[in-house]
Design a binder for this molecule. Structure first.
Ligand code: MTE
Ligand code: MO
Length: 398
């Protein structure tokens, strides 16, 4: 049976004004749909009593990854992170302004964007602060509809000196801006940037998630979606796209969202061979997460997802109680069209599980050879962002 979560209805397709349903039809179902009769989820024993994803705050909503039962995260469950206020915007009055080094500074209304050729991309992402502390719930996978940013940039005519594209949200708030010994309390807007080269590739100005308009906390009426990058790139309540020559060094670009890593040498701070590198948070680093374990008779199905920047995967493996790594199976629909930036679902058949406590962990490897690291292997990364470490899960078989 087709999964209602991933199959758009005719009405939905019609509402989006999409001419062709062909692209939509390629969206796959998960190999293991919702619980069948006689199947039960084995509860994890590693979930803190305080973990309460069903109780969102104004700033954060977590996805309860135990509920994943299809490729696409339902819109109401999609995680959310809001740094400032959540502007309530009049969709009809809103304009996205293109400013800076352009031939034709232009404003686009939502109607203007919807009148253009729509593209649809299934893209999953996580907040770069996602980790085991949040039970990996700062992650989701969405079916986005919008307009390619490159089409808009072609319309407005980028001047040859432009190098950097800055995206400003409508949301604003007070920030501490630290400069040497001074701290300025500045009210500022949310801003992020990328090079023009990146801006001409995959990003979309998205106005729909899973065939519905964006919810307020999802950035209604229009947001940026940068497939393959950490969540912070996906500027919500998009107000302005500004082209400039110089790098943009705003708080959310250059200070709040960066990693500090020791590379080379021994890692000792006194070792001259060790370099300390601070990088912006951009491409997602490969991460696999075990989300569910389902019991069906004697068989246990271990299920989870993999997120990365769209680089093809070589393998996903599962290890039980420190034993040998065993190949997991990536959902067979993974290679289909429109799934490069989707998260990938995997299953592993765990046979002969014995009663008692167990530890299960997954690791993913990209075709480039990049392997998802252990926590120990990430010990030279000092800031907590970009924690793609393997995530051991604990459960007890009755
Ligand atoms: N305007 C604006 N855009 C924003 C944010 C924000 O606070 N304001 N949060 C960012 C961060 S840190 C993340 S992880 C993602 C979360 O997207 P979501 O809320 O749709 O899951 O939005 C990004 N875009
Ligand atoms: Mo984030």
């Amino acid at each position: 049976m087709s999964n209602p979560i991933t199959r758009p209805t005719r009405r939905e397709t019609f509402r989006l004004g999409l001419a062709a349903t062909a692209a939509l039809a390629t969206i796959p179902d998960w190999a293991t749909p919702a619980l069948a009769q006689g199947e039960v989820d084995v509860p994890f024993t590693d979930i803190p009593a305080t973990f309460n994803p069903g109780n969102p705050t104004a700033t954060t909503r977590l996805l309860d990854i135990r509920k994943i039962d299809g490729l696409v995260t339902p819109r109401e469950q999609f995680f959310a992170i809001n740094h400032f206020n959540r502007p309530e915007i009049d969709g009809a009055a809103h304009r996205v302004k293109f400013t800076g080094l352009l031939n034709k500074p232009t404003e686009f209304s939502l109607a203007d964007l919807k009148a253009m050729k729509p593209v649809e991309v299934v893209a999953g992402y996580e907040c770069s602060g996602n980790s085991g502390r949040a039970m990996q719930g700062l992650s989701s996978n969405g079916r986005w509809t919008g307009v390619r940013l490159s089409d808009l940039l072609k319309k407005v005519g980028v001047q040859p000196s432009a190098r950097e594209v800055v995206f400003f949200g409508t949301d604003r708030g007070k920030e501490d801006v630290v400069f040497r010994q001074q701290t300025f309390k500045i009210e500022q807007q949310f801003g992020r940037s990328m090079t023009l080269e990146h801006a001409m590739k995959q990003p979309l100005l998205a106005y729909a998630l899973n065939g519905e308009p964006l919810a307020r906390e999802q950035g209604f009426p229009v947001r940026l979606v940068m497939p393959g990058w950490y969540g912070v790139a996906n500027v919500k309540w998009l107000a302005e796209v500004h082209l400039q020559e110089d790098r943009y060094l705003g708080n959310y670009q250059a200070r709040w969202y960066r990693s500090l890593r020791g590379t080379g040498g021994t890692g000792e701070e006194t070792d001259p061979q060790t370099h300390w590198v601070e990088n912006e948070v951009t491409h997602m680093r490969v991460k696999s997460v075990i989300a569910r374990v389902r019991k069906s008779g004697n068989l246990h199905q271990v299920m989870g997802f993999v997120l990365n920047d769209g680089t093809p995967l070589k393998s996903v493996e599962v290890q039980i109680d420190g034993g040998a790594w065993q190949s997991a199976t990536l959902d067979k629909t993974t290679d289909k069209a429109n799934s490069q930036y989707s998260w990938k679902l995997f299953t592993y058949r765990w046979e002969g599980a014995t009663p008692g406590p167990h530890t299960l962990v997954a690791r993913a490897t990209e075709i480039t050879g990049a392997v998802q690291p252990t926590t120990a292997e990430l010990s030279r990364k000092k800031t907590f962002l970009e924690d793609n470490s393997q995530f051991p899960r604990k459960l007890t078989i009755a």
